[in-house]
Design a protein around this ligand. Structure first.
Ligand SMILES: Cc1cc2nc3c(=O)[nH]c(=O)nc-3n(C[C@H](O)[C@H](O)[C@H](O)COP(=O)(O)OP(=O)(O)OC[C@H]3O[C@@H](n4cnc5c(N)ncnc54)[C@H](O)[C@@H]3O)c2cc1C
Ligand SMILES: O=C1O[C@H](CO)C(O)=C1O
Length: 561
């Protein structure tokens, strides 16, 4: 534990807790998202290794009136994991606790999917499905509704049997479809706002290999095969749409017993192409109108210049073959909509990007040039007979399409077209009844519209949230911006104070998120807070109000200190 610059108030509260339980914290951590879009400097960065440590840090946070944020691998592209308060990371709480003969596995919730996959492999097991990467923690994947691309699978969390959480009162609780079902449904997309997920039990599958094949299609062919096999002839299918080329790269895979066969070595694609694309994207920030040419050149070099001209195939273990190289820092704006709306969504966006003024999208695309690919993926969450997450953005009554408008940030510099592109894209998505992926960079919805969109599901999620975290220990500005929280009743909710340049080298256009807890903290005087249930003391809400207004002396009197 580094305690050199820790607030003396925290040290005194810590001294009242069990000295045998370590408090592993540091005070100088600079947090950032994977894409280095957002940075923040938590007051404490805490890396517990056991459930008693997690329970203790929650108790300490409650007594010190601090917000807690749990971060997995920081791959959520938004400011969801930013805080100036206490940041908890479970990278050192990552063991496999149990594997039973039926393939039911229990893990500590900080485990990353890549590490989990490697360990499961030794037992002949694997996860049934993956997204584009396996760097995320299992808890992080569950918390945001992460998905892959397959009509034979739903969200990655569809294999989850039960969750164990430490709640704001320090209690450890388990939930599953048969025990605390509402907490389970809320916890399946928790957005970090319920408590700290510490244990995850899921059903693994016997490990399998996939045979994949990738080829270039025309957009016309993608749309004409949309309902006649594009998504259904293979178990895993994903499409990268090239909007100016009016083309697509279609990647499809099935389970196979064939022997492993590595993808062909490609001098251009492996390394040279990576750097060429990066530098062309950087150049396009100054000369955006070169982007259609960049799309033609880069994707032509990599995948062939004509539809059907180059086919790439391989056989790989699923836990490698399902992944892809996500290239560079990026903004991602991804929405879920009914699969049958795909042709309309793509045709309208394609027409708008290519200058057609009749799409009904009320923004001009004049002089606007965007990056590619637009990711086109699918899932079907109706196949899962377990209870749905309350905040599941996918279609409840049929297959789901995801459209992901990626904008790269070459050398960590923001591209010029983001605002208008994303406003238009989000307008179209809302027009088609789509819902945003919770982890990503959506902007134009607010709590009211999201509450309306989710209806009773949002009410049910909010009810659980307010019950398990009545003081708002696990929420901040991101939640306030997107969820119908009554923030005046949540004394620990962390408001945003400002955004500023991080003041360190090499962060490009990254932004430092600063929360308001820092302002309130110096007022957290010795003895100022007492647990709300102690007789004759101020309630926790009153305590925070008094502290926030600078009237701590009243509080001291009231609590009899
Ligand atoms: C390169 C890249 C590729 C991606 N590919 C895909 C994809 O294919 N499909 C897709 O759907 N998404 C994808 N994502 C998004 C990503 O899967 C999600 O953002 C996921 O939540 C990241 O997991 P994480 O461990 O990094 O969680 P973080 O981003 O660190 O946290 C996400 C949320 O989980 C909460 N959380 C984390 N751990 C806990 C815990 N123990 N208890 C309670 N709450 C917790 C956090 O508080 C936060 O609210 C991608 C992102 C990137 C950057
Ligand atoms: O968020 C995501 O980033 C990658 C695209 O580069 C991906 O597949 C996501 O999902």
């Amino acid at each position: 534990m580094s305690s050199t610059s820790m607030d003396p108030f925290i040290l005194r509260e810590l001294a009242k807790l069990d000295p045998a339980v370590p408090f592993r914290s540091s005070t100088d951590h600079l947090h950032h998202t994977w894409a280095k879009t957002f940075f923040s400097r938590p007051e404490l960065y805490i890396r517990p290794q056991s459930i008693p440590e997690i329970q203790q840090l929650v108790t300490l946070a409650r007594r010190c009136r601090r917000r807690l944020v749990t971060v997995g691998s920081g791959h959520s592209p938004s400011d969801l994991t930013c805080t100036s308060s206490w940041l908890v990371n479970l990278d050192n709480f990552d063991r496999i606790l149990d594997i039973d003969p039926s393939g039911t596995v229990t893990v500590e919730a900080g485990i990353r999917l890549g590490n989990l996959g490697a360990q499961l492999e030794k037992h002949g097991l694997t996860l049934p499905n993956l997204g584009s990467i396996d760097s995320q923690s299992i808890a992080g994947v569950i918390a945001t509704g992460t998905h892959g691309s397959s009509l034979r699978h739903g969200l990655l969390s569809e294999c989850i049997d039960s969750l164990g959480l430490v709640l704001a009162n320090g209690q450890f609780v388990r939930c599953s479809p048969t025990n605390n079902i509402d907490l389970f449904r809320a916890g399946l997309v928790s957005l970090g706002a319920l408590g700290i997920v510490v244990e995850v039990t899921f059903k693994a599958r016997p490990s399998f290999n996939i045979a994949w094949r990738q080829e270039r299609y025309s957009l016309g062919r993608v749309l004409s095969e949309w309902s006649t096999g594009l998504w259904t002839t293979h178990e895993f299918v994903r499409v990268w749409w090239l909007p100016y080329e009016k083309g697509a790269i279609v990647w499809r895979a099935d389970k196979t017993d064939q022997p492993l066969r590595a993808p062909p070595k490609n001098f251009y694609g492996d390394s040279l192409g990576y750097h060429i694309y990066h530098n062309l994207l950087a150049l396009s920030s100054y000369f955006p109108r070169i982007l259609p040419w960049v799309e033609w050149f880069v994707f032509g070099m990599q995948y062939g210049f004509r539809a059907g001209s180059t086919v790439t195939e391989a056989v790989e273990p699923a836990r490698e073959g399902l992944l892809m190289n996500c290239l560079y820092s990026q903004f991602v704006n991804e929405w879920a909509l009914p699969l049958e709306k795909g042709p309309e969504a793509i045709s309208r966006l394609s027409a708008w990007l290519n200058g057609d003024p009749t799409t009904g999208i009320p923004f001009s695309s004049k002089d606007l040039w965007v990056h590619c690919p637009v990711e086109v993926r699918v899932s079907d969450t109706t196949l899962n007979d377990k209870p749905r997450p309350f905040l599941d953005p996918t279609s409840p009554d049929g297959p789901t399409l995801y459209l992901n408008a990626t904008l790269y940030r070459p050398y960590l510099r923001d591209p010029p077209c983001r605002r208008r592109y994303y406003e238009a894209f989000e307008w179209l998505m809302r027009d088609l009844g789509a819902k945003p992926h919770w982890a990503k960079n959506f902007h134009t919805l607010g709590p009211q519209e999201l509450a309306r969109t989710y209806g009773e599901q949002m009410d049910a999620w909010m009810k659980v949230r307010n019950e398990v975290d009545p003081e708002g220990m696990f929420v901040g500005e991101w939640h306030r911006r997107n969820l119908p929280l009554a923030d005046d009743g949540l004394p620990l909710l962390e408001r945003e104070h400002e955004r500023r340049r991080p003041g360190v080298c090499g962060v490009g256009d990254g932004v430092e998120w600063v929360g308001d807890r820092r302002q309130a903290l110096p007022l957290a005087m010795e003895g100022a807070y007492t647990e709300p249930d102690s007789p004759g003391t101020a309630t926790s809400e009153e305590s925070f109000d008094l502290l926030a207004r600078g009237e701590a002396s009243i509080l001291l009197e009231k609590s009899g200190s």
